[in-house]
Design a binder for this molecule. Structure first.
Ligand SMILES: NC(=O)c1ccc[n+]([C@@H]2O[C@H](COP(=O)([O-])OP(=O)(O)OC[C@H]3O[C@@H](n4cnc5c(N)ncnc54)[C@H](O)[C@@H]3O)[C@@H](O)[C@H]2O)c1
Length: 351
């Protein structure tokens, strides 16, 4: 069954109960794609934000360096930066002391790179999450939101996927996210750690890494390519626009649920990569030809063929529903990318 939010049951977002205004929220992965949008949303809602960014010797704050909202929050004393590494337990614990909410988004996320460097995924995604859980337990932090992914289901046995669907590690990335989710479940059951696992399906929008499918397609089209190089066009995905995903994080920070609850974030609509490419051609006005490139095809047993969320729990528990359609989100992403596209790098395969 496919539930289209444009024509299906009435799943409009409801006002959030309570507010993050005045609370201190630490966001790991603040420097990343979803993290930077979530930080901006928290600032807009009046939270005090501790932006945990991966330490580097350039002092780069990733995407937050380009956020005027964040720059203003720093000047106003509404935000502060913590440079660190999620793999360092003492530093993570020191950073989390005294905060009201931890939104844990830091992770290594590229599936193809997890084929060649799986240990780094275990260290960041599993040990990193363990460090956060231990810190939250030690300090009695009132709420932790763990970030899962729809990739934990593998190719599903049935769609739409509910939170009860079995988990299958179809890539090293997925296996590490399953491990992190299970650690969170175990801390909820063993120690009543107030953790909620939020499980986004594919998210897209401005600032997404060029290795993800939508930025890959849009950048090649906007660079004026005659041919677009892609992997398999048949897999289907359920795409959520990034500001809707950030809205889900804020709602998860506030919701009243039993420790260990998992909540999916997806629209309930699935489209094939081929259909996404067609929509991208429409929003950019391009007529480029699609070329399948062998290096971009994933190992057969590892490619997840379809992801489609049943959004019922997100609606019932969080009052969440997507507000930006795929078509509108693609148009916004193309507008953001247009002045930033480099024709040299647009066609390069980025694991
Ligand atoms: N993008 C999606 O479609 C999607 C879908 C489902 C779930 N997720 C999850 O959402 C979260 C954010 O993903 P994203 O798409 O914003 O990716 P991203 O790569 O832009 O963000 C991940 C962030 O983690 C940080 N990080 C990595 N290693 C670290 C370390 N050792 N210490 C501290 N920080 C470290 C990176 O600097 C980066 O800012 C991840 O947990 C990912 O698994 C993403």
């Amino acid at each position: 069954m496919t539930t289209n939010p444009d024509s299906g049951p009435d799943l409009r977002p409801r006002p959030t109960e309570g507010s993050v205004a005045g609370t201190t929220v630490l966001v790991t992965g603040s420097d990343g794609f979803i993290g930077s949008h979530t930080v901006e949303r928290l600032v807009a809602d009046g939270a005090r934000v501790k932006a945990f960014c991966l330490y580097n010797s350039n002092g780069s704050l990733g995407w937050l360096d380009q956020s005027e909202v964040f720059a203003q929050a720093l000047r106003d004393g509404q935000a502060e930066v913590v440079l660190g590494d999620i793999r360092d337990p003492e530093h993570v614990a020191a950073s989390i002391e005294g905060v009201d909410v931890v939104l844990h988004l830091a992770a290594l996320i590229a599936i193809p790179f997890s084929y060649v460097a799986p240990r780094s995924y275990v260290e960041t995604n599993v040990i990193g999450t363990l460090n956060v859980l231990e810190a939250v337990r030690r300090h009695g932090t009132p709420r932790l939101v763990n970030t899962s992914t729809s990739e934990v289901y593998g190719t599903p046995e049935e769609v739409p996927i509910t939170e009860h669907h079995p988990l299958r590690g179809q890539s090293p990335y997925s296996a590490t996210k399953i491990s992190a989710d299970k650690l969170c479940e175990s801390y909820a059951l063993s120690f009543e750690t107030p953790v909620v696992t939020l499980r986004p399906f594919n998210t897209f929008g401005p600032r997404q890494s060029a290795r993800a499918v939508i930025p890959t397609v849009l950048s090649q089209l906007l660079a004026g390519a005659d041919q677009v190089r892609l992997g398999d066009l048949t897999p289907k995905r359920d795409f959520t626009y990034v500001t809707d995903t950030a809205d889900g994080f804020v709602r998860a920070a506030l919701c009243d649920v039993a420790p260990g609850t998992t909540i999916q974030l997806g629209t309930g609509r699935t489209v094939s990569i081929g259909e996404v490419v067609e929509l991208c051609r429409t929003v950019t006005g391009s007529t480029a030809e699609i070329v399948t490139e062998e290096a971009r095809i994933r190992p057969e047993g590892s490619e997840v063929q379809i992801l489609l969320s049943d959004p019922t729990r997100a609606h019932e528990v969080l009052g969440w529903a997507p507000t930006v359609s795929l078509e509108e989100g693609l148009a916004r992403t193309a507008e953001w990318l247009r002045p930033r596209v480099d024709p040299e790098t647009a066609a390069r395969y980025h694991r």
